[in-house]
Design a protein around this ligand. Structure first.
Ligand code: UD1
Length: 424
């Protein structure tokens, strides 16, 4: 139960490096199950979620060895097929083993992850898609159980371009008999990364990065070495931090072509953004101007950026309207921002933010990864000290967050707080 003590008033300046994307690497780890032998993933971030996903794979019989920024996953000829609730509730992304396991083993038993801090997060499209591919899927005693002697290619139309459903169906279809067409598929850079890895493994996939993915199933896939795509959400977090603190930060390893919409918003807020060798630079010399935004599937404005930009708007000049279309409960952290003196009102999918000149440091709690990062950034521009609790959420997605903040000039410390479970 560690906390960050964030001293307000720092101006961030310098360079920061960005590693591989959490939202990609966890799915790439699941994809390794599709081939017997050793798959090596590089540019792997040192974050808690990678450790937990490694444990999911170990319990499926894989050998997982971490060596600096790479992970070697050795998959046996016959992996296990069950992912239990104990791990799945800690890492929702583990639902990504469902498709590979049913395709490879003929059976998958994966605990239902339940809801979480940002929304209900349905699985109906994953299930409907697998049924279309010929699987028999039941929900029993808190588990989703899918069985198919061999999946068969089919046309699948997703109601919504779900990232998770697209990934599960892609991985399942790679080993199905015949052709699968996934329409209204997600187009995120992390989906393209998964397609590239599957293609290297021998999968026949056309349309990566478009709304229609066509997969010609093959008999078997081979293990590969693959470099994880850069984390656009982490890169964008540093860009927002530069703007909020009126700083000058070079984001090395960041891919501006994956950040068109958020960088455009930062320019409208008053920032100067320019490409540079190995990344991009963000400079700001004045109070930001408020920007409206609407979250949508890629290439729209990512829901993961919403808490960060909402935080930016709390100290911007003017009033902004934020519309959240992806996760209905992603406003929980607004109450924490209000504790810092922010003026935010929410109603259904919308939040109205009236910018304030300054925030005022206070104890707050991180409920999820991006909200946690957003609260730390708000703390950087608040007067006095902001104490951000439950920072294990930040550890799940940000590699060396505190060290990187400190290197950019922030005054942030990590403190361990005694267990207060005796109170309950
Ligand atoms: C989502 C984000 C992704 C982000 C990730 C982590 C989108 C489209 N997806 O991916 O960018 O990196 O969270 O924060 O922005 N849904 C259903 N039934 C399903 C599948 C999904 O109702 O079978 C709903 C979800 O409840 C949610 C929406 O569709 O409201 C988006 O789901 P999905 O893209 O699958 O979520 P993630 O894969 O977690």
């Amino acid at each position: 139960m560690d906390r960050f003590l964030v001293q307000g008033g720092a101006r961030l300046a310098g360079s920061v490096s960005v590693g591989g994307a959490k939202n990609s690497v966890l799915k790439l780890m699941a994809a390794s199950l599709l081939a017997e032998g050793t798959t090596v993933l590089t540019n792997v971030p040192d974050i808690l979620d990678v450790t937990i996903m490694g444990e999911v794979l170990r319990r499926l019989g894989c050998d997982v060895v971490r060596n600096e920024a790479s992970v070697a996953i050795t998959v046996p000829a016959v992996p296990g097929h069950e992912a239990d609730y104990d791990l799945v509730r800690r890492i929702r992304a583990s639902i990504a083993v469902l498709g590979p396991l049913v395709a490879r083993c003929g059976e998958a038993k994966v605990a239902l992850p339940g809801g979480d801090a940002i929304g209900s997060r349905g699985l109906d499209m994953h299930v409907a898609g697998l049924i279309k591919l010929g699987a028999d899927v039941v929900s029993e005693h808190g588990y989703l159980i899918a069985r198919a002697a061999r999946l068969t290619g089919a046309s699948v139309w997703l109601d919504f371009p779900s990232v998770g459903a697209t990934e599960n169906l892609l991985m399942a279809a790679a080993l199905a008999k015949g052709t699968t067409v996934i329409d209204n598929a997600a187009r995120e850079p992390e989906i393209v990364d998964l397609c590239h890895m599957l293609q290297q493994m021998g999968a026949q996939i056309a349309g990566a990065g478009t709304s229609t993915l066509t997969v010609e199933g093959v008999e078997s896939l081979r293990p590969v070495e693959h470099e994880t795509v850069s984390d656009r959400i982490v890169a964008g977090t540093w860009a927002v931090a530069a703007v909020m603190t009126r700083g000058d930060v070079t984001i090395l390893g960041g891919r501006p072509e994956h950040l068109e919409m958020p960088l455009e918003k930062l320019v409208r807020a008053g920032a100067v953004v320019e490409a540079c060798d190995g990344g991009f630079r963000v400079c700001m010399d004045r109070r930001p101007t408020a920007v409206d935004l609407v979250t949508l599937p890629y290439p729209g404005f990512a829901t993961d950026f919403q808490p960060l930009f909402l935080g930016l708007n709390t100290v911007a000049e003017g009033t902004s309207m934020i519309t959240e279309n992806v996760f209905e409960s992603r406003w929980m952290f607004v109450n924490e921002l209000v504790r810092l003196g922010a003026d935010v009102r929410t109603d259904g999918h919308h939040a109205v933010v009236r910018g304030r000149e300054v925030l005022s440091g206070a104890p707050v709690t991180a409920h999820d990864i991006r909200a946690g990062a957003g609260l730390v950034l708000a703390g950087l521009v608040a007067e006095g000290v902001t104490e951000v609790g439950d920072v294990h959420h930040i550890d799940r997605g940000y590699e060396g967050f505190l060290d990187k903040l400190t290197a950019l000039g922030a005054d942030v410390q990590r403190v361990s707080v005694p267990d207060d479970s005796w109170l309950s």
